[in-house]
Design a protein around this ligand. Structure first.
Ligand SMILES: NC(=O)c1ccc[n+]([C@@H]2O[C@H](COP(=O)([O-])OP(=O)(O)OC[C@H]3O[C@@H](n4cnc5c(N)ncnc54)[C@H](OP(=O)(O)O)[C@@H]3O)[C@@H](O)[C@H]2O)c1
Length: 328
């Protein structure tokens, strides 16, 4: 299969490494806003063609596009790619609103194309291992997920620059960037909560710097915290009345241990490298292209839409607002 790439950040390089590790596909083109950045990226990653015009990029010979642009661009670029007949794998969060996701999915379905969110949780084999092991810790009573990662862009923000990640015009901030990694497992493992409470603190730019969310299920409370301005070292935990599961990284779902009072701690999930995790996404994407009726594709689509809805509800509760983006 032939991929085109939109976006020239480090995550696009990890995806390319994943494609090359896990599939036989080729990376045939990159779209960048500038020939200079596109050229450097293409050279570093051995990509034969560079485009600075999205329409011309989409006219070239490729089957699928991986989108790794700022969040606010995901919807218009996904739509454009799907209308041009390309399968799309788009970085998280797949769109800002559920309506945007639904519109893109309708276009994909109408054109016989696959459209998925590049979210590690839904594509790693570790997801199934976690789900199986949950049965071993009895009745789940509560859980706490944390994804707090001090942003490498924070010093630039403090110097007065305006990095995309702290610019509310880009639909970014802590919840959109990191909180989503907690929403996915909460939804996937426990379903839609009965009640949501959420709060956030903001930078002067208006972006949320960190926040907390709780999902009340009646019989259990799942809480999570996320931050771009502090670093977590304690991980995430799921508590049952017969044991506890400790997760080192909720986003990558790696280094997961099961604790029971009558047994030694047991490592149930090991480490995966970033290219491996991105490779699982590419592998699944290509499997769905071959078999669109794959029930994992149906589940991925259902969860992507539901996560979009939950994210919107959390933003409403926490008063997280984005500024209008001028697409011209
Ligand atoms: N899955 C993961 O682990 C993971 C990790 C990091 C990020 N992500 C996701 O990947 C996406 C990109 O994140 P990032 O940190 O790489 O973002 P970024 O650095 O702000 O932007 C990514 C690329 O988009 C282009 N771009 C920048 N500003 C733009 C603008 N105003 N309009 C159009 N294009 C613009 C740039 O490429 P050109 O200058 O070449 O056009 C840039 O290299 C986000 O959705 C993020 O959530 C996922």
């Amino acid at each position: 299969m032939k991929y085109g790439i939109i976006g020239t950040g480090w995550i696009a390089e990890s995806f390319i490494a994943g494609v090359r590790l896990k599939t036989d596909s080729e990376i045939v083109a990159v779209y960048s806003r500038t020939a200079e950045k596109g050229g450097e990226f293409a050279q570093r990653n051995s990509i034969p063609a560079i485009y600075t015009n999205l329409d011309i990029f989409l006219e070239s010979d490729m089957d699928a596009v991986y989108i790794a642009s700022p969040n606010v661009m995901h919807y218009p670029q996904s739509k454009k790619c799907l209308e041009a007949g390309k399968h799309v794998i788009c970085e998280k969060p797949v769109t800002v609103t559920p309506e945007q996701y639904e519109e893109c999915k309708r276009i994909a379905d109408k054109n016989g194309l696959i459209y998925i969110e590049a979210i590690m949780y839904m594509h790693t084999p570790a997801r199934e291992v976690l789900r199986e092991n949950l049965k071993r810790i009895g009745r789940i009573t509560s859980a706490h997920f944390d994804f707090s990662q001090l942003s490498s862009k924070y010093p630039a923000y403090l110097r007065g620059e305006n990095p995309n990640i702290f610019n509310p015009q880009m639909a970014t901030g802590s919840l959109m960037d990191l909180g989503i990694y907690c929403v996915y497992p909460a939804l996937d493992l426990f379903g839609i909560p009965e009640k949501i409470t959420a709060d956030a603190v903001f930078l002067d730019s208006g972006a949320d710097a960190s926040g907390s969310v709780s999902f009340n299920y009646g019989d259990k409370l799942i809480t999570f915290t996320h931050s771009k301005t502090g670093q977590d070292y304690s991980g995430s935990e799921i508590f049952g009345d017969e044991g506890t599961i400790h997760i080192e990284s909720i986003s990558k779902l790696i280094n997961v241990f099961l604790y029971k009072s009558d047994a030694e701690k047991e490592q149930i999930i090991h480490e995966y490298s970033k290219p491996e995790l991105m490779g699982f996404e590419a592998e699944n994407f290509e499997n769905y292209i071959k078999n669109p009726a794959d029930e994992k594709y149906l589940l991925s689509s259902k969860n992507a839409l539901q996560v979009c809805r939950l994210m919107q509800e959390i933003r409403d509760r926490a008063n997280i607002r984005f500024k209008e983006y001028n697409y011209d």
